[in-house]
Design a protein. Structure first.
Length: 93
């Protein structure tokens, strides 16, 4: 399965965590929080939260599905998230 294609849930036979997200870009994530602490700090918090979730899920028996909010975020997210995963992320065939 290529990133961005429709997910066929029939291939998933275990618990899955579906994370809906965006590429961490200041001013585009955690905008309400940013009003109090600034765009950069809010973005750093968002990025750390996503990275923590990814690293914890891949250590479990659950599958991880990251759904990008914007189509143009797909390629950058493919570069950002997989290196965080130990063991490596697998794409669903």
């Amino acid at each position: 399965m290529e990133w961005g294609e429709d997910l066929d849930c029939k291939v998933m036979n275990r618990t899955s965590v579906i994370l809906f997200g965006r590429l961490p870009v200041p001013g585009k994530v955690k905008t309400r929080l940013a009003k109090a602490i600034g765009d950069r700090a809010a973005c750093d918090i968002y990025k750390e939260m996503c990275e923590n979730i990814v690293s914890q899920v891949v250590k479990s028996t659950a599958s991880l599905v990251f759904m990008c909010a914007d189509k143009e975020d797909v390629a950058p997210c493919k570069e950002w998230l997989p290196p965080l995963a130990q063991p490596p992320l697998r794409q669903i065939a």
